[in-house]
Design a protein around this ligand. Structure first.
Ligand SMILES: C[S@@+](CC[C@H](N)C(=O)[O-])C[C@H]1O[C@@H](n2cnc3c(N)ncnc32)[C@H](O)[C@@H]1O
Length: 199
């Protein structure tokens, strides 16, 4: 596990916003089959909606739209330091290391494929788990791309490098990693951690 060191918060923020702007016209990194697998998993555990969901580091809102397609009556929002939300218009400009008081225990599901952009991954995992409803789940995406062999931070903003075991240990501190969802993908398989809050 390696985390980049930034001179101060302003340089972290600048790095992230610049990284996000560099890829603003590229397609989303979000995998639609992963979202469908998460929705199938979630619906087996919880049948009674409507649900509240949050997606952290949601840039252009693709995952919000995909989740919305699976949960028609859900209220799903997102966060991003530099939203480029052409799709859902439901992303607040917000640092995902922080929790608004009204978010405590609110969300039936929380999703992120952006933990590799955290400069304080332990604090981040703790905050995210505090936002999950006692009967809810956090779904945290990991792929081989989250293991970074070069210097940190990368030009895209990635500043946290960790393997799957690191991710599991990290989330087991603040929640219980109950399952892993595997999504096949020709380029890089996706593993999603399913994390319940500690009661
Ligand atoms: C790899 S991109 C993923 C974007 C989107 N989830 C997708 O699949 O297309 C990571 C995103 O996290 C955002 N980000 C980085 N640090 C953040 C922070 N501290 N709080 C909120 N968003 C952050 C970046 O601006 C960027 O849009």
């Amino acid at each position: 596990m390696r985390v980049a060191k930034f001179k101060d918060y302003a340089s972290y923020q600048k790095w992230q916003v610049r990284g996000s702007q560099r890829v603003r016209d590229r397609p989303s990194a979000c995998n639609k089959y992963e979202v469908e697998n998460i929705a199938t998993y979630f619906k087996k555990q919880r049948s009674q909606g409507p649900f509240n969901g949050i997606c952290h580091g949601a840039r252009c809102g693709t995952e919000i739209s995909l989740f919305q397609g699976c949960f028609l009556d859900a209220d799903i929002m997102g966060t991003d330091l530099a939203p480029v939300d052409k799709v859902s218009k439901k992303i607040v400009e917000w640092d995902f290391h922080k929790t608004k008081p009204e978010w405590k225990g609110k969300f039936d599901f929380l999703y992120s494929n952006s933990l590799d952009h955290s400069y304080k991954p332990f604090e981040c995992a703790k905050e995210w788990m505090s936002q999950v409803h006692p009967n809810g789940f956090a779904f945290i995406m990991w792929t081989q791309l989250h293991v970074i062999h070069g210097l940190l931070p990368q030009s895209g903003g990635d500043c946290f490098s960790a393997d799957l075991v690191d991710y599991i240990k990290l989330f087991d501190r603040y929640g219980v990693v109950k399952d892993l969802i595997y999504t096949a993908d020709k380029r890089r398989p996706v593993v999603t951690l399913v994390v319940s809050p500690r009661t």
